[in-house]
Write a protein that binds this ligand. Structure first.
Ligand code: SF4
Length: 227
């Protein structure tokens, strides 16, 4: 299949729907860490804490570390009173656990001082919290508040480019491009599916294209080696 340069938007949207439906039917996809965490007690604080812990950390560690911390600090007021040492101990061996412990305490303090002890529900306010970037903010909006938001990490960025849905250099550019063309009803599942797919099938170095149910709809842009 050739590339998709100049593909009409209607045809691309139909392709997006087919690809998402086919990937969703794939077997062996493991739910992303935040889906597993949010499934228990879906609220913005849990999602915010889990996403901060998840940065540069494996899913298995994120899940265990977040549950351990939420068990001792289930609300912002308690988190603020918990010592950095105790937070570190709870989230270890998450990457940058030292820095994250301080960021989490600072976030809890700001939530009390500026937001009445609650996680704010706008992108602007979330981005003003320490350690919170667009990926985290979008995930909190999507999973914590149920707002349609597009969370683009390295997997979503890479796979969207391979599929020719976007032609971008950074996750931020991918988010902006997808906002214009991805049908809104797919926003809820797009991140979760592609993160899981990026870890199991459409992997960074050598994607398993021979086993991919979306192969017939994928121009495989930039793929030089596959299985
Ligand atoms: S065909 Fe290959 S590059 Fe395209 S989505 Fe499937 S695994 Fe990824």
């Amino acid at each position: 299949m050739s590339g998709r340069i100049g593909e009409p938007i209607r045809s691309m949207r139909a392709r997006m729907r087919r690809v998402v439906a086919r990937i969703a039917r794939s077997e062996g996809l493991t739910p992303a860490a935040m889906t597993q965490l949010a499934g228990r007690r879906r609220n913005p604080f849990d999602v915010l804490v889990g996403t901060v812990i998840s940065l540069r950390t494996r899913d298995e560690v994120t899940i265990v570390s977040t549950r351990r911390l939420l068990a001792i600090a289930p609300i912002p007021a308690v988190l603020e009173r918990t010592s950095a040492k105790r937070i570190e101990k709870a989230i270890y061996p998450a990457g940058f656990y030292h820095t994250k412990a301080r960021a989490l305490r600072a976030i809890a303090r700001i939530l009390r001082e500026k937001h009445d002890g609650r996680v704010p529900g706008t992108m602007e306010e979330l981005l003003a919290l320490p350690g919170v970037g667009r990926k985290t903010a979008n995930l909190v909006l999507l999973m914590g508040f149920g707002v349609a938001a597009l969370c683009v990490d390295t997997h979503v960025h890479r796979i969207s480019n391979r599929l020719g849905f976007v032609a971008t250099r950074t996750p931020e550019q991918t988010e902006a491009a997808l906002r214009e063309r991805l049908p809104k009803n797919l926003w809820w599942t797009y991140n979760e599916l592609l993160v899981s797919y990026g870890k199991t099938v459409c992997t960074p170095l050598s994607p398993r294209c021979s086993a991919c149910p979306a192969a017939g709809d994928c121009p495989r842009i930039g793929v030089t080696r596959s299985r």
